[in-house]
Ligand binder design. Structure first.
Ligand SMILES: Nc1ncnc2c1ncn2[C@@H]1O[C@H](COP(=O)(O)OP(=O)(O)OP(=O)(O)O)[C@@H](O)[C@H]1O
Ligand SMILES: Nc1ccn([C@@H]2O[C@H](COP(=O)(O)O)[C@@H](O)[C@H]2O)c(=O)n1
Length: 213
């Protein structure tokens, strides 16, 4: 079974995807980490000529070893860099096979990102599109950063999240929209456990429906 989980920044898609993976005993790939690793690799080139070429080369050279430093990759700065390399078509193309090979391994997988249900796994068995309002997402991200001992400027964080969403949604190569056959799950008023229960209920209903066809 392939489960695709998409949604905007800090919507909780990674938390849900890893909960679903645990529940169904499936491997999980956070595809944002791939873009973050490419962004990190070219941080010295940011906003300079050569940024695109450096990003394409970094994407083509990417392997699992570049995904190890999760603390560094999940910083706010890496998120911004990721969204800058994510608009480069050849970067997306270079990362496609990695994601597709992960998704199509025997037994299936859970992947989360922006374009899993639209570009990477249009054939996924179940697609979820996770939503939460911007303030809730900012607050969740703020608490996550504070739990790491970081100081957070909530006003700046809110604008950073909005700016990243806007860049992602405007990305002509991004595929960042709800697929027609994706189930919308708004978690604004749900805690992590309730959101996971709701996601599992969607998976169960969808699979039961498919089994009847
Ligand atoms: N339903 C929820 N209620 C409260 N907090 C949540 C909920 N879902 C996730 N969180 C918390 O919000 C933070 C962000 O969640 P998560 O990393 O899963 O989001 P994401 O959409 O994968 O983010 P990113 O855009 O960085 O990939 C985490 O600290 C997580 O524990
Ligand atoms: N499938 C994806 C995943 C991510 N991106 C881009 O990477 C940025 C960071 O992603 P997070 O999920 O870790 O927040 C994101 O803002 C996108 O620009 C993508 O394009 N496609």
């Amino acid at each position: 079974m392939i489960i695709a989980v998409d949604g905007p920044a800090a919507s909780g898609k990674g938390t849900l995807a890893s909960g679903l993976a645990r529940h169904y005993g499936l491997p999980h790939l956070d595809t944002g980490l791939l873009y973050r690793a490419v962004g990190r690799a070219v941080s010295d080139w940011e906003d300079q000529p050569g940024f695109e070429d450096a990003a394409i080369a970094a994407a083509r050279a990417l392997d699992a070893s570049h995904l190890a430093d999760v603390t560094e990759l999940t910083s706010a700065r890496s998120g911004v860099l990721a969204s800058k390399v994510a608009v480069i078509g050849p970067v997306r193309a270079a990362l496609f096979d990695y994601q597709r090979n992960f998704a199509t391994q025997p037994g299936g997988a859970v992947l989360d990102g922006r374009d899993i249900g639209t570009n990477i796994c249009p054939d996924a068995d179940v697609k979820l599109f996770i939503q939460a309002d911007s303030k809730a997402r900012m607050e969740r991200r703020a608490r996550q950063l504070e739990s790491r001992g970081l100081e957070v400027d909530r006003y700046a964080l809110y604008h950073q999240i909005e700016e990243r969403d806007a860049r992602d949604m405007a990305n002509p190569n991004g595929g960042f929209y709800k697929a027609d056959d994706a189930h919308l799950l708004d978690t604004t008023l749900l805690d992590i456990e309730a959101a996971l229960r709701a996601a599992i209920a969607i998976v169960e209903t969808t699979m039961a429906h498919k089994a009847k066809l």
